[in-house]
Write a new protein. Sequence first.
Length: 497
Amino acid sequence: MKTVPFDEALTRYEPVIGLEVHVELGTQSKMFCSCSTNFGAAPNTQVCPVCLALPGAMPVANRAAIESIIRIGLALNCSIAEWCRMARKNYFYPDMPKDYQISQYDEPICTDGYLDVTVDGKVIRVEIERVHMEEDTGKLTHSGGATGRIHGADYSVVDYNRAGIPLVEIVTKTVVGTGALAPAVARTYVAELRDLMRALGVSDVKMEEGSLRCDANLSLNRPGDPWGTRTETKNVNSLRSVERAVRFEIERQAAVLDDGGRVHQETRHFQEGDGTTAPGRSKEQAEDYRYFPEPDLVPIAPSREWVEKLRLTLPELPSVRRARLAEAWAIGEFEMATLVNAGILDIVEETVAAGVAPDAARKWWSGEFTRAASERGVEPADLPVTSADIARVEELIASGALNDKLARQVFEAVLAGEGSPDEVVAARGLAVVSDDGPLLEAIDAALAEQPDVAEKIRSGKLQAAGAIVGAVMKTTRGQADAGRVRELLLERLGVEG
C-alpha cells in the first residue's frame, strides 16, 4: 500500500480528526434487562428474552446507567437535556439479536461539552458534540482463518453475553489546526477520557477487554480548501494504536491525493501487526439506518434537582489532581505520566498519605512492586503489601535498622505471605549489624584474605577499600552498614578518609 512519509504529507495537507469513543458502563445489570454484565462468563450464559429480543419481551431502562451518563456529561461540561428519547437504529449484523440497536439519534442526553488536553505543553480544547446512550452488541468469533476476521474463516460463532450492556458513545466535533500533533492529540484525548471515566467510577475502561473502544475519523485537505472525505478506523483498542492509526491514515490518504485519486468514505480496520489500516465497508449515512423513536420505552426527563444532585458527586478532575500532586511531589510531566500509565498513581498517593516520602513511595511502587505484579500477572494494587507496610519499612531504614538491600528482602518475604515487616525482620534476622565488634572481626578476616588490598589503601588508593567492604557485606549477608564498615576499615589501617 503506497504511503507518503508523515512529515512530507504535512507540508501539503492539513489533517482534520474526529473521535468517537465507546465506553461500556460498569453497571451490575444490562441496559434494558437484569442480566449480569460480568466479563468472562461462559458464552451465552448471561442472556434473557429481553436481550435476545424474543417476541413479547419488553425493555426497561437501567436507572444506574442513566445516572452514569449524566455524570459523564457533567464532567465533560455538557448541557443535560431536560427531555430526550431512545431510538431504533436499524441494521443487520449477526451479533445484533434484534436486527436493530436501541440508541439515541437526534435527541442525545448530553450535548455541547469539551475536554482540554495538553500535548507538548500546548493546551488543546477538544469540543464534544454529543454523549448518548445505547446498548452494546454481541461478540463474533471467526474460526479457521489466518487473520481472525470473517474473510477466509471456516465458520463464525456468536456470544450474546455482551449484547445489551450499557454503552456510552462520546462524539467529538471536528478537531482542526493540530497539524503534526494530530496523532498525539488523538492518543492524549482518549487517555484523558479513560482517566476521567475511571475517576468517575463508571467503567473499568479496560481497552484490552473492549470496555473502551475508539473509532478514529480522519480527512486531509490542502490549506484553504474544503475538508476532504473522511475515513473511520473502527474499534481501535489501545492508546498506542489510536496514535498509529491516525498517523498511518495521514500517510495513506496523502498518497491517494498525490496520485490524483479520491479518498472513499468508508470504515477501516487497524492492523496491529504492521500498523496499517485495511478497508472495511462503505460508510452509511444516518438515513440508511432508518432511525425512528423507540416505541417500547418512555422518554427520559431528568429533573434539574436530580442533575444537580449528581453534579455534587463529581470527583476532582484527573488533570486537576495530577497538577496538584505533581506540585506537591515536585515531579515533572514525564514522571507523572509514568505513574498514570503504570496504573499506580492512586496507590502512590495512598502511600504518601501513610507518611512515606513521595520519592520513596514512587521508587517502591514503580520499581519493586510493579515488577512483582508483572511476574504474578496481577495489578500492583492487588499485591499483598499495604501502605502501612511500606511506611514501617521506611521507618526501619530511617532508624538504621535496615538498609535498602535488606528492605527489598523484607518486601519479598511480605509478598510471599511471611508476615508483617517486623515479623519478617525478626524471623529472618535481617536487621542491620550495628555492633562494631562483629564488623571489625569481618574486616580483619577480609584483610587477611586480601593483604595486597590493605597495602593499596595505605598507599592512598582509597577506592581499593571497596573490595574489603564488599567482602564484609557478603559475610554479613548484606546486613552491615557499608558506610560504617568503610569508616572502621580506614581506622584499622590508620588512614584518613
